[in-house]
Design a binder for this molecule. Structure first.
Ligand code: CTP
Ligand code: MG
Length: 234
């Protein structure tokens, strides 16, 4: 029986956040931001292990106590220059350490999405566990979309029909994801699904919710804090 593993790429610097500390360590509800994603993934009975991929130069990780997650949490210091490199390096290292099999499912989840819920996670796993390709959480685009010229003048309004915002987790089998990311070096891959798409596959979109947004800019941190606090109080 193939197993389910989570892999959290956490080797970015958070340039758009504008803080010297990489954003995955910024304080969110008295924890480093990455704690929240680790907690939700480690809590899942369906998930056998959680790999966190850090930058080799990362010293911040060791300032916190992660022992509550015991052996279910595995730290890999093999992050790369891009997110795709970090994910691929993490997969390769986990395989070298004999921690995964080629037909296991891998759920790649951004360290910077702290508001993932167990409900969304289970929905993704249940909808894709028997799928031939795999897929991702995503939400239909709600806003009207404008295309601009270089002067920020609207050239036309794009249809939002069948347009989705991709989120994570993105769930693919180890062998397909590894093959996709290996072939993806020359294309602009900002998520795992686009690497799989480039091989000609059609990942399934599983409807998620807007709470699972990515903390990218400073104002996103305040929003994430409100969401987590509201959950803790209800
Ligand atoms: N990531 C990674 N390795 C990289 C770049 C990004 O593991 N070389 C991770 C980030 O740590 C984050 C996830 O990929 O968990 C999503 O990336 P993003 O939100 O773009 O984070 P950063 O790259 O850190 O932020 P920025 O693009 O603003 O610098
Ligand atoms: Mg980035």
């Amino acid at each position: 029986m193939s197993k389910f593993f989570a892999l959290i790429p956490a080797a970015g610097s958070g340039a758009r956040m504008g803080n010297e500390l990489p954003k995955q360590y910024l304080s969110l509800n008295n924890r480093p931001m990455i704690y929240h994603a680790i907690y939700t993934l480690c809590q899942s009975q369906a998930i056998a292990g959680v790999f966190v991929v850090l930058a080799p130069s990362d010293n911040e990780w060791f300032k916190y106590d992660w022992s509550e997650f015991s052996e279910k949490l595995v730290m890999l210091s093999c992050g790369g220059l891009t997110r795709a490199d970090s994910v691929l390096n993490g997969l390769t290292t986990a395989k070298q350490k004999d921690l995964v099999e080629t037909d296991d499912w891998i759920l790649v989840h951004d360290a910077a999405r702290p508001c993932l819920t167990s409900i969304q996670l289970n929905k993704l796993i249940n909808e894709l566990a028997t799928d031939d390709v795999g897929g991702l959480l995503a939400v239909p685009v709600a806003d009207t979309l404008k295309r601009s010229n270089i002067d920020n003048r609207v050239t036309h309004t794009e249809s939002r029909e069948n347009l989705w915002q991709a989120q994570t987790p993105q769930m693919f089998r180890f062998d397909l994801l590894t093959q996709a990311l290996r072939s993806a070096t020359s294309i602009n891959v900002t998520d795992d699904a686009s690497a799989v798409e480039a091989l000609g596959f059609q990942p399934k979109l599983v409807t998620g919710d807007a709470y699972n947004f990515k903390v990218t800019y400073p104002q996103d941190l305040a929003l994430a804090e409100l969401i987590l606090q509201k959950r803790n109080n209800s």
